[in-house]
Design a protein around this ligand. Structure first.
Ligand code: ATP
Length: 503
């Protein structure tokens, strides 16, 4: 698994998806730049989300709020006082960790152990086991399971002050060691605020302390009434937004999974008080469907319902994805009650209420939120798509099976040879198709190598112009995933590619 993750990182660089930031200065820890193909993939994921959330829902509209917000926003939202992560230091190694992540990683290791045991037993007995059944009958493995369960139950995502001692106790009880040095000599768990501060204005006395937003959601809440009134929105309705968020993560790591600067795609859905459960369930289902629509394998997703809830939530779940380093949060769905809007009423002194014509009364709406990290989604797509395939003829190929709707380039056009008028025809095809989708021309190396190169870059179609094209205006169309080739008329190309790749 580590091997696969290393390949993901190096492939992302080699094929122009992700570069370390400011690489000529040796990079900046855990900061990355999206390269020529990465920027396209990222844009396509964003668009795929936007279409599903905004375009397909008459009652959801999108906004693009500023990154800077009035500083009182973050007092009202609770971020100034409580947007903390639990930090723990190892006294021997002086290494710093996020305490809950330390415990979670430990739980993931136990899970991996269970999977290994199941696989071992399956090999030995030559039959497949249902994991649950296997656990029920296998004492040793059941112990692991119970340990993992204890951990996950006792660990909420937003820890209150009194929980910190609990987390420390749990780390000691489980004997969790510093993953790098093995030392078990831990300090107490402290809170660490994740917001980046900065200053607005030039003169020292008039300068205002600002924060870089740690989530996009607040830009939606403060605009709730503006959007509702100008858009004549009727509850239930939603406001969506994508954009950068910043968190001074204690340990940023795992490539683009946890960064200090990242992008979120969030939607806040405003509902009648009392109806939040219904909408929470419905958005849970809707969001999972969105993920499954990409065809990246049902077995790679699961819900993780939170037992321990943040103070503002009355229900919360994560959609977890099987990343190369195990199941981890990809998206959060939270029933946030009327917490945010009420707080903004309190701190701004302005009413943020909706007059419900059907009930003939005003109220502060309840909110159900769906929040997904664009970079995490990118990593999910990229790591899942990268495959080292054994072929029937005994050779192998590296292929990036990015869902065709998300692929950066939809097609590459290849003249078989660089003569006899074939390049001219290929150029003409590119010029025709580029109005509708990203397409590139490639005439370097033998055609077999070009196919491999496009496979590894994730291009779903290769269109080859050969001598037969001169006679009958047909070309060879090769499909990335199946490597099947078909002969099609040049005029049909646009339709075929669009059918497979258009959102
Ligand atoms: P985690 O527990 O992994 O830190 P979180 O529960 O704090 O995540 P939320 O505040 O719910 O995350 O943010 C919503 C989404 O934003 C997450 O599901 C994730 O996809 C993304 N996200 C959060 N923090 C980061 C980060 N540091 N880098 C990249 N994406 C992030």
């Amino acid at each position: 698994q580590d091997e696969h993750f290393k390949k993901v990182i190096s492939h992302a660089k080699e094929y122009g998806y992700i570069f370390p930031s400011s690489e000529i200065y040796d990079g900046l820890s855990a900061v990355y730049d999206y390269a020529q193909n990465g920027a396209e993939l990222k844009k396509n994921i964003r668009e795929y989300w936007w279409k599903a959330m905004v375009q397909m829902h008459e009652n959801i509209v999108g906004i693009d709020a500023a990154i800077f917000m009035h500083p009182t926003t973050w007092k009202a939202s609770g971020h100034v006082d409580a947007f903390n992560d639990p930090l723990i230091d190892n006294k021997d190694s002086k290494k710093r960790y996020r305490a809950d992540v330390l415990v979670e990683d430990y739980a993931a290791k136990i899970e991996a152990k269970i999977d290994k045991e199941v696989a071992k037993a399956e090999k030995r007995f030559g039959e497949t086991f249902d994991k649950e059944q296997f656990l029920a009958t296998n004492g040793r493995v059941k112990d692991y399971q119970e340990k993992a369960d204890t951990i996950l139950k006792r660990l909420g995502r937003s820890l209150e002050k009194e929980d910190l001692a609990d987390v420390k106790a749990l780390i000691e009880e489980l004997g969790i060691a510093d993953p790098e040095t093995g030392s078990k000599n831990w300090t107490d768990v402290k809170q660490f605020n994740l917001m980046f501060g900065t200053k607005l204005g030039a003169s020292a006395d008039s300068a205002m302390d600002l924060y870089l937003r740690p989530e996009t959601a607040q830009g939606i809440f403060v605009n709730f009434l503006n959007v509702q009134k100008t858009g004549r929105m009727k509850i239930p309705f939603g406001i969506a937004q994508t954009g950068k968020a910043f968190r001074n993560e204690i340990v940023a790591r795992q490539f683009i999974f946890r960064q200090r600067e990242f992008e979120q795609m969030e939607m806040q859905f405003f509902v009648r008080p009392g109806e939040q459960k219904k909408w929470y369930d419905s958005w849970k289902e809707n969001r999972m469907k969105w993920h499954l629509s990409l065809g990246m394998g049902e077995e790679n997703y699961r819900f993780h319902d939170h037992e321990k809830l943040a103070h503002y939530a009355d229900a919360a779940t994560d959609i977890e994805f099987k990343f190369p380093f195990g199941f981890k949060e990809l998206e959060g769905i939270h029933s946030r009650t009327d917490f945010d809007l009420s707080k903004h009423e309190e701190f701004s002194g302005k009413k943020l209420q909706y007059f419900d014509p059907e009930l003939n009364e005003s109220y502060v709406p309840y909110v159900v939120e769906t929040s997904i990290g664009l970079d995490r989604m990118f990593l999910a797509v990229f790591s899942n798509s990268l495959q080292d395939e054994e072929l029937e003829n005994g050779t192998s190929r590296i292929v990036l099976k990015i869902p065709a709707v998300l692929a950066p380039y939809k097609a590459a056009v290849l003249p078989l040879v660089k003569k006899d008028g074939l390049p001219e025809i290929a150029r003409k095809i590119v010029d025709d198709l580029k109005w509708d989708f990203m397409v590139k021309y490639d005439d370097k190396d033998a055609v077999g190598r070009r196919y491999r190169r496009q496979d590894a870059a994730g291009t779903p179609f290769c269109i080859t112009v050969d001598h037969q094209t001169l006679e009958d205006h047909t070309v060879t169309m090769r499909h990335r995933d199946t490597m099947e080739q078909q002969r099609v008329a040049i005029e049909e190309l646009r339709g075929i590619v669009l059918k497979e790749t258009d959102m």
